[in-house]
Design a protein around this ligand. Sequence first.
Ligand code: ADP
Length: 518
Amino acid sequence: MNATHTPSSTSGSTQMAEPPPARLWDRNEHAPDGRLRVLHVATEVYPLVKTGGLGDILAALPVAQQAQGVDARLLLPGFPAILDGLDDVGLVADLGSLMGAARVRVLWGRIRGSGIPAYVVDAPWYYRREGNPYLGPDNRDWPDNARRFALLGKVAAHLAWGDVDPIWKADVLHAHDWHAGLAPVYLSQNPVRRVRSVFSVHNLAYQGLFSPDDWATLALEPWMLRPMYGLEYHGWGSFMKGGLAFSDWLSTVSPRYAYEITTPEGGAGMQGVLLERRERLSGILNGIDETVWDPQTDPLISANYGIHDLGRKVENKTRMQQELGLTVDPNRMLAVMISRLTNQKGADLVLQALPKMRELGIQLALLGSGDAHLQDAFRKAAEEAPDQVAVCIGYDERLAHRLIGAGDLILVPSRFEPCGLTQMYGLRYGTLPLVCKVGGLADTVTEYLDGQPSNGFVFQGGQISGLIDALERAAALWWHDRSGWEWRMRTAMEARHGWGPSAAEYLSLYQRLLGEWQ
Ligand code: ADP
């Protein structure tokens, strides 16, 4: 692979003004100082591209790592929103044609707002498509997804080795989810070049399957496609399995999920390879960005509040009730839900529980989008009882903050949940989470029936009966023991969920891996 610092002329579908060569002193400000160099390979970073928790994590983890002395950088595909959201853009390398893309360049810039340093693969043919990064206008996978994300992996390996930017290489390549799953595979093609790889599973349910027709186009060696320790998966290839089989270390986003994915119930078909590699699998709980999610300073909510002036929280509720057309009553419990509307998230369970919630005097305000039949059913439920149920279909970051500021209860009844972020936002805002005891929900929310401090409500088994029991416990506490409710709010709000401890765990993991070479 050739890398050049000479800007080349604009041609073909490239309409963007030619970026100047990236300045050396921008890119190497940390390079010679002996810091550990980590390249995060991913497809999302908040606020530029976010379809779920992945984007939040890639926005916050590198910042926390930099605060701990790590030279953490991102490698992202050049989606329109990413190109538009970069500051100080410069050209690092023109790689010519690669993986079926006519013209591939690597740009350098900083994510606007956070200043996170990022390399971007600019391949207009593959990435300059508006809308969802993975799906076409027909809501189906883009047919060339295998090549689109193989390109990301290929550039990642070369960048990590030092072929793309001659003044930077990585010590550790950290790939996230299936889109980056081929990066450790390509990296393994040249072990002599001494870059360690970590692959993080954020959601095992999305496995990046590609058909045998694509195999020939991905520059993989035939042995890599073997079934047992390779990419082959029931006659298909899987990017996720590539990441799982070829990385030096695996991590996932909560300790409980790390165990669950080694079992037939939680392994989504990948439990064999995960069980085999369980000695090299860690569960590291995600954090939340405590500067963005802070009820004391959040500019998006009507009334700021903290643990010492909890009374102000109710202003957010009455304002929201008013705006959403719900009965305005500070005494009524408001449950909120902010979620993709899928069966994974237990959205269907909430639908089934709605009559019971009304009976218990619990209002629901839901924000989400997803499966069409669930969207329709929620819309219908809101039409039937507009003073009790409010439904906003869509994606709205601002409304998400306002609902979490306003709610008394936040519903997260997922059937499986690698980590989950909204329950942690709820904890921070004193909006008590009601969760199913799975994955990261089990690791962050506790309900003790023997008087120990609880911070929410927990049910087991992912069944409607469990959810209804938990709602009944919540209603009993709300109506009969308001000081008990406030005690839970304080317990929830006192705990910290920032990225510091998780970033420190990743750092010791990287150091351990690099130490294996000494
Ligand atoms: P997942 O990544 O599985 O969707 P997470 O709980 O890990 O679930 O992360 C979801 C993220 O997306 C959270 O930051 C949540 O607030 C946000 N989110 C989900 N749906 C919406 C929506 N409709 N509008 C605004 N934010 C949303």
